[in-house]
Write a protein that binds this ligand. Structure first.
Ligand SMILES: [Zn+2]
Length: 456
């Protein structure tokens, strides 16, 4: 039997209730909250009831990872995936979306589908499969329920079940705490936008030019020497270039990409896992759902307008088991999107709605000019003690409450407010005051976790 964390049990309870009213729902929970285990439990239960169930994902690594988890927990399954021997008999089928599309006419209709990294559902092939299985039950999983262009997923999913926030997972020790530094911001003047994000070729040019790569390497050596880092780049050429530069500086670095054969890629990743390789450069291989707990440092060299992409990259370093993760932001992403664990309100309507929410508007950060530490507004840098004279007054006028709070205190303040709530009603009004979109859902979650704690 799969042992779930209390909040995971709670997510499944609420998902089950939601599925009674809507046939297609989304589960939103941060990277590292354990969505594969969640899937294993849901799909295992469905299969026991005799439901033919498909787990659908779009990458080799996700397929491998899920296969491992399903084996561990004793779920028998077949594959609908190129290069894997098909076995149509088990109720659970592990599917790659590409193969599923090409065999749609030949394989039986499932009763239940789980969509991994469900924010891709708008992609042509995915949407085709979802539309074809309109009589099935669907659960989509994602940390960031928006398309990369910021549009919502309301056309495919009718309800959203939200798990705990990143801040509370850090607070409870399920995710690692982090420190973020932003040593430089690239000048993106003249870089055009396409589909809601920066145009990649122009972006690559900016990021390859000047001292950006050199800065990234010297800051890695200064702040993170010997720690294992994932570097997020703009293009394959850029990523290869960065890996070469790291090597020239005496760091054991590799580049990986999707065109490499499976064996070479696996060798590189195994080398990183074992510690033989210190730095692994990539474009979009190590992001969503890619589990590499060894990552201690995330080096951001890809400026993005997409909050989802930023959180996916940063999230890769937050697996628990280290004192804190380091995030070295050379892309200006923290300034653009705020701290990774800022409270955010997700909805099926996408980025526009989220940005209008109250929680998002309160977000503001300080970047220390002395040590480059990025933190919540407060008069002194918590990392090096730099005193913000001018900014302090500015902030005091704008928002007298926030100036004296650093990230840790802000978190504690949130918890104090929360513990002062005696019952669910108090929590609901606190949630209203904070502008949360689903006060009852949130209050319910808090009450549940209190009960669990009392029982332990
Ligand atoms: Zn500082």
């Amino acid at each position: 039997m799969i042992r779930l964390r209390p909040y995971q049990e709670d997510i499944i309870d609420r998902a089950r209730k939601s599925l009674m009213a809507h046939k297609s729902i989304l589960i939103q929970a941060p990277t590292g909250s354990g969505k594969t285990v969640l899937s294993a439990r849901m799909i295992g239960t469905a299969a026991e009831r005799g439901f033919r169930s498909y787990f659908i994902c779009h990458r080799q690594e996700l397929l491998d990872q899920t296969e491992e988890t399903f084996k561990e927990v004793g779920i028998s399954f077949g594959f609908i995936a190129a290069g894997r021997r098909p076995d149509p008999y088990p109720n659970v089928q592990l599917c790659s979306v590409g193969t599923l599309i090409s065999r749609l006419d030949r394989i039986p209709m499932p009763k239940f589908c789980i969509w991994d990294e469900a924010h891709h559902v708008a992609a042509r092939g995915w949407a085709g499969v979802h539309g074809r299985y309109k009589d099935s039950f669907h659960v989509g999983l994602t940390a960031t329920p928006e398309r990369l262009d910021g549009k919502g997923l309301g056309a495919w999913f009718k309800d959203i079940v939200s798990g705990p926030s990143m801040a509370s997972l850090i607070q409870d020790g399920w995710l690692s705490d982090y420190k973020i530094f932003a040593p430089a911001k690239p000048d993106l003047t003249g870089v055009h936008k396409r589909m809601g994000d920066y145009q990649t070729s122009e972006l690559a040019e900016v990021m390859e030019a000047g001292t950006i790569t050199g800065d990234a390497i010297s800051h890695y050596l200064q702040l993170a020497r010997g720690k294992r880092a994932a570097v997020f780049c703009v293009s394959i050429k850029h990523s290869k270039h960065v890996a070469e530069q790291f090597k020239a500086a005496g760091v054991i670095a590799v580049h990986i990409d999707g065109k490499m054969n499976r064996f070479d890629r696996k060798m590189a990743i195994d080398g990183f896992r074992s510690g033989r390789i210190e730095v692994i450069c990539n474009v979009e291989i190590i992001n969503e759902g890619f589990d590499l707990p060894a990552i201690e440092v995330a080096i951001l060299l890809r400026p993005t307008q997409s909050l989802a992409l930023y959180l996916q990259q940063v999230g890769r370093s937050l697996r628990s088991g280290k004192k804190f993760a380091l995030i070295l932001d050379h892309a200006g992403n923290a300034a653009r999107h705020g701290l990774p664990d800022d409270e955010r309100e997700w909805s099926l309507e996408g980025a526009k709605k989220r940005r209008e929410s109250k929680a998002e508007k309160e977000v503001s950060i300080r970047e220390c000019p002395q040590c480059y530490h990025v933190h919540a507004p407060l008069p002194v840098c918590p990392e090096c003690g730099f005193v913000y004279q001018i900014q302090y007054r500015e902030v005091e006028v704008v928002d007298g409450q926030l100036v004296e709070l650093d990230k840790e205190r802000l978190r504690r303040k949130r918890y104090r407010e929360q513990s002062a709530c005696k019952d669910k009603e108090d929590l609901v009004s606190l949630a209203h005051a904070r502008g949360y979109s689903n006060p009852h859902g949130w209050a319910y979650y808090v009450m549940k976790s209190r009960e669990k704690r009392r029982r332990v």
